[in-house]
Ligand binder design. Structure first.
Ligand code: NAD
Length: 300
């Protein structure tokens, strides 16, 4: 089996690469290293430095049977500042990857987003929850989903969409505006004080990157569908900080800053469909996974 992972030098993509390699798959990576890192890519994978908006050469070299499309402009705030740039990568880049995959009859799994598509929710949102993006990033991801569904109808492809919750774990960029676990643990490792925006009662659905990688591979065997991939229950930032303190083994201090404009109050995903149809559920616990993530950041 040959697979091509776009964005495979990034945080989630590099774990998908690792999971594929352990299953004996020949893995190719297409990444322009705009936010990913070459050292994230396992030596056994074949790396093609290039852009998803110009993917033909990498596809010709890889001749993939499976495509995992994670390459993206993944920052909400960049999408607000540079919506045309965001749409260029996340919409047109996705259309180009869909077209390249079609040439090789490859099945595609598209990594989309739950939080940025459902917007603020009252409780765990299932896949048919009304879609209400409040950022160009969410809108572009939704457009990518619609293109994929159109390809399934028009070209009878069997592509699958997966919508992640808030993913955390080793290799997450601690310098971005999102990724609270990476940002906080990196600050604690440096002896700095992390800042909670607002009162810390905002709810997110945190899921460990290894569970996400496993679900992403499972989606490749599924019938065309859309699946939420998250823990299925939310935690407040204050609860997360308590779990991080337990994982780190010290009651590190935090400070509070003003709430950020546009931040969701609550983002929580219902994962019943993934449990039933992918036979997937998150295996690990927040405490265990945070401890592993802490070990990663404290040593860097
Ligand atoms: N991390 C999360 O919590 C989360 C949540 C929901 C959805 N997602 C989605 O999962 C995917 C991976 O996210 P991540 O957190 O690993 O982000 P990331 O920034 O670490 O990974 C994205 C990768 O895509 C590459 N890339 C960006 N533009 C490219 C281009 N034009 N051509 C080729 N490569 C390009 C980057 O260099 C990077 O390696 C993204 O599609 C993102 O939208 C992530």
């Amino acid at each position: 089996m040959r697979a091509l992972v776009t964005g495979g030098a990034g945080f989630v993509g590099s774990h998908v690469v690792d999971a594929l390699l352990t299953r004996g798959v020949e893995v190719h990576v297409l990444d322009n290293l705009s936010s990913g890192r070459r050292e994230n890519v396992a030596a056994a994978a074949i790396f093609h430095e290039g852009d998803i908006r110009d993917p033909e050469d990498a596809f010709a070299a890889a001749r993939p049977e499976l495509v995992f499309h994670l390459g993206a402009q993944a920052s909400v705030s960049v999408s607000v500042q540079r919506p045309i740039h965001d749409a260029d990568i996340n919409v047109l880049g996705t259309v180009r990857v869909l077209e390249a995959a079609r040439l090789y009859n490859a099945k595609l799994v598209f990594s989309s987003t739950g939080g940025a598509i459902y917007g603020d929710v009252a409780g765990p949102a299932a896949e048919d929850h009304p879609r209400a993006p409040i950022s160009p990033y969410g809108t572009a991801k939704l457009a990518g989903e619609e293109y994929l569904l159109t390809w399934n109808r028009l070209h009878h492809t069997k592509h699958v969409i997966i919508r992640y919750g808030n993913v955390y774990g080793p290799r997450q960029d601690p310098h971005g505006e999102a990724g609270v676990v990476a940002i906080f643990l990196k600050k604690v490792a440096r002896g700095e004080v992390p800042t909670i925006f607002g009162d810390g009662s905002q709810v997110r659905d945190y899921v460990c990157v290894r569970d996400v990688a496993r679900a992403t591979l499972a989606a490749a065997n599924a019938e065309p569908d859309v699946f939420n991939i998250a823990s299925g229950s939310g935690s407040t930032v204050l609860e997360l900080v308590a779990a991080m303190r337990a994982a780190v083994g010290q009651a590190f201090p935090v400070e509070h800053g003003p709430a950020r404009l546009g931040d969701l109050r609550r983002s929580e995903l219902d994962v019943t469909r993934a449990a039933r149809r992918l036979r997937w559920q998150p295996e690990m616990s927040l405490e265990h996974d945070l401890h592993e993530t802490w070990e990663y950041f404290r040593n860097r």
